[in-house]
Design a protein around this ligand. Structure first.
Ligand SMILES: [Zn+2]
Ligand SMILES: [Zn+2]
Length: 586
């Protein structure tokens, strides 16, 4: 039998960075002894240049203390900013390499646009992706870029029925690390149908057994399952010292000193497994000092999440108005004493990559005026006493316009309210406003053909889901907005009969939708694949077809074509809440 020894390793970890290479402005509410309650101060926080500096510091600190070091990303680097809209996975690949990521988990957002873009991403990164429960064994090998045989995918090993794992040498003692992705990936993202995801508990147990049989007793999981699921997994699976996670954007630790909340303690231990997660959007970095006993059990797990701050504080979010010198010193002194903050210089190497390759195009795109908003346009998800969203109908009109422009013969469009993220003020609108704020999820459009009755069922299903009307919904975001389609929904009616009237615009005339006729519709890939109450759309007549433009791209072209955007005048949605049951109250 192998003689095992203790091992000490420090993990720097980030998750859900969502292409936030640039710092964000955050507000800090400090104790009244430092700053009176009326004012918040704003600081520049995070970004990849600061993460890079923080990782370098953490690494040399670990080495000084004779600890091994690894830098992990727990998934969801895709989506989020114009950098993603413009460069998809390319900017992420280069910048994640540059900040020194050693391994990454597969986030659901990495699969928003199918497997191909993940394959391209993996060709460019110089670190492995750990996703032990991804079954690539049935992958169609005629696709242009396949995943199965890539050297840096540590996926499911079908021949041994275990997950592949990475072995990190910690001063002569091996530590095995494997990754886990969301089991119901097809329910929230768009993995290609020839690849699937295994149950995490069963797969973990088999993998852990195999690791033990291989003479290794020290195990870490890199997870993109979400915080609650990680805590549960810690309970359900034995033999794992740490789960380093992501997905729920959970910032463990007490941040009340800065005016934020508390979410558990950092490195919460359950059943001998510590669970960590480090927020989102590249604002913070977690640092876990993990000590193993010789027998592989957890000896200690210490460390913290730290917000990565710049040294200038302002009184406004746009960071132009500075504090007076005395207050600035007082604030800085206070923050220096807080262990959940790390002041970080920007790494010039990362700044240089951004400046040379990516920033100019992003800046240019941000500032181009493409249309004029003539009046305030309000966005709500569920219509209230002031009416329905004034923006979502414009967005879905943009989808229909774009699809027709590309030669798709669509009858109407449907878009979920949650896909639209902000209200709009009068004045010029830029691409930055559209792809950065209004429609930040870079999800492509899809055209699909379904029978009229499926449209009726999908609309009802989506509203039932949005207002929890007889079902346990997933949130108000599913409420449907439409173009060239008109409906009435009555909350009080029997389930299945809540869409009272449903009409389609044919050559400028409203006519009743025929339940048995086939219609062609355009939606985001998210809605078209039946998410959040829209499952009736999965009963299509012709396989849905990708339009290959994102929501933002479609709306940008539409806005450019319109030159002016005003509130829609035609009322397409009659939403009749149920006063007796108050289902629609919130
Ligand atoms: Zn995320
Ligand atoms: Zn996620």
């Amino acid at each position: 039998m192998t003689k095992h020894r203790t091992a000490k390793i420090t993990f720097a970890h980030i998750n859900d960075t969502h292409s936030h290479f640039e710092p964000s402005s955050i507000s800090l509410t400090l104790p009244t002894s430092i700053l009176d309650t009326e004012t918040s101060v704003y600081a520049s926080c995070g970004g990849f240049s600061r993460i890079s500096s923080a990782v370098k510091e953490a690494k040399s600190h670990a080495y000084l203390k004779e600890r091994e070091f690894m830098f992990l990303h727990a998934g969801d680097c895709f989506q989020g900013t114009l950098y993603f809209s413009l460069y998809k996975g390319l900017a992420n690949a280069e910048l994640l390499n540059a900040i020194g990521v050693d391994a990454m988990a597969l986030g659901n957002h990495e699969l928003d646009m199918g497997n191909g873009i993940v394959a391209d991403f993996l060709d460019r990164v110089d670190f492995p992706m750990l996703v032990a429960n991804w079954d690539l064994s049935q992958e169609d090998q005629s696709k242009p870029n396949t995943l199965r045989d890539k050297h840096n995918v540590y996926a499911y090993d079908a021949s041994n029925d275990i997950g592949r794992y990475l072995v990190k040498d910690v001063d002569g003692e091996p530590v095995a690390i494997f990754g886990l992705a969301i089991e119901n990936m097809a329910g929230i993202a768009n993995p290609d149908p020839d690849t699937s995801f295994k149950s995490v508990v069963e797969l973990s147990n088999k993998t852990i057994d195999a690791i033990h049989n291989n003479g290794i007793n020290k195990i870490v999981i890199l997870s993109h399952l979400g915080y609650e699921r990680d805590l549960l997994l810690a309970k359900e699976v034995d033999g794992v010292a740490a789960i380093i996670g992501g997905h729920t954007h959970t910032m463990q630790g007490d941040f009340t000193n800065l005016g934020y909340g508390v979410t558990d303690e950092y490195a919460k231990v359950i059943n001998g497994t510590c669970v960590v997660q480090a927020g989102c959007n590249a604002l913070a970095m977690g640092q876990l000092e993990l000590d193993f006993n010789a027998d592989g059990t957890l000896a200690s797990a210490t460390g913290k999440n730290q917000l990565l701050l710049g040294r200038q504080f302002t009184v406004d979010a746009t960071r132009t108005e500075h504090l007076d010198a005395d207050t600035h010193d007082r604030v800085k002194q206070f923050l220096t004493e807080q262990s959940n903050i790390r002041f970080c210089a920007k790494d010039p190497i990362i700044e240089n990559i951004l400046n040379m390759k990516y920033r100019p195009a992003v800046r240019k795109l941000q500032t181009q005026h493409i249309a004029e908003i003539t009046e305030p346009l309000r966005h709500v998800r569920i219509p209230d006493n002031k009416g329905a969203s004034q923006i979502a109908p414009l967005v879905v009109s943009g989808f229909v316009w774009k699809a027709r422009e590309l030669g798709f013969n669509v009858d109407f469009g449907i878009h979920n309210a949650g896909g639209v993220r902000s209200s709009l003020n009068p004045g010029p609108i830029t691409c930055a406003d559209i792809s950065g704020k209004l429609l930040p999820f870079a999800i492509g459009l899809m055209v699909y053909q379904v029978k009229g009755k499926r449209v009726r069922q999908a609309l009802e299903g989506a509203i039932n889901n949005a207002i929890d009307n007889g079902v346990e919904g997933t949130g108000t975001g599913s409420f449907p907005y439409v173009a060239d389609l008109k409906y009435t929904y009555r909350c009080c009616s029997e389930e299945g009969a809540r869409i009272e009237s449903l009409q389609v615009k044919k050559q400028g005339q409203w006519v009743d939708l025929d339940d048995d006729a086939v219609y062609s519709s355009v939606s985001s890939g998210y809605t078209a694949t039946g998410k959040e109450g829209y499952s009736a759309l999965l009963d299509y007549v012709v396989e849905p077809q990708a339009v290959n433009v994102t929501m933002a791209e479609a709306f940008e072209d539409y806005a450019r074509d319109m030159t002016q955007l005003s509130a829609p005048t035609e009322k397409l949605i009659s939403y009749i809440p149920c006063e007796c049951a108050q289902v629609a109250a919130s």
